[in-house]
Design a protein around this ligand. Sequence first.
Ligand code: TXA
Ligand code: MG
Length: 298
Amino acid sequence: MAFPTETVYGLGADALNPRAIAKIFKIKKRPTFDPLIVHIAEMEWLHKLTRQVDERTLTLIKKFWPGPLTLVLLKSSLVPDIVTAGLDTVAVRMPAHPVARKFIKLSQTPIAAPSANLFGHLSPTTVAHVEKQLGKKIDLILDAGKCPVGVESTVLSLVGGKPVLLRPGGLPLEEIEKVIGKVVRQSKTKTIQSPGQLQSHYSPRTPMKLFKSLNQIPLNNNVGVLLFKRPVLKIKARTVEILSEKGDLTEAAANLFLALHRLDESGVKIIYAECIPAVGLGSAIMDRLERASSKSAT
Ligand code: TXA
Ligand code: MG
């Protein structure tokens, strides 16, 4: 069933039951080479699911769990191969959302959950988003309103010598580096270590382009515009979405997918999205915007 987390809604199933996991891949139309995150509510599960809980891992957990940080660690034999797409590693996260925690605890098993959207599409931050994409195919959606963080968790690999950022997300990289020092950023051109990081991900159906300054884009009744903060002048476009009136990155992240869903439904021919300062949560927002616009890139 679908359930809320502080980042986005997830589509959850018993992580230890391969048949249940197979259903997730089928419902999402997700390729089976793309592994899932396993969600836990109690620390003892971390030890059962992995075979590598070293000092550095514990330091991060102490500081950031529960919360929007997913850790990639060496997996134990308890984790079915279908969850990890045959990899020797497993991604684990302890969400902070009280409804997610209660749901996982009551399930008495870890819950594997991707975001509750069709593969490659926009992630859901409300029940309406889940219903639109998956409503007919799933039994139950737990409704807790809008997800407070609004972008997916930060995915960090702790498997090699140096920690590697596999996906920027709800926990800013700067925060992580304050605790464990320099983190290697996965280069966009290098071979993909996190199979979910395909270039065209998180995409609206409407073509999308990024811009830096408003005078770079043609404004008319066919276009939708996504802005970081309120512009000085009024803008002539069919739909204008403002992520945060005052230009606050936390608020912008929380509104990102809501705004993209609305723009996608507004019937515009093209969406122009303003570039955002790539610091703190801005890095996760820019990552999503770049992927959302990569199909339309010329
Ligand atoms: O905030 C989130 O992380 C949400 C909520 C529901 O928890 N979940 C989510 O799951 O975004 P999903 O499946 O949409 O994205 C998981 C990402 C993918 O990019 C996947 O490739 C990567 O994590 N991943 C999972 N297991 C991995 C592993 N063993 N090694 C490397 N990357 C992994
Ligand atoms: Mg996803």
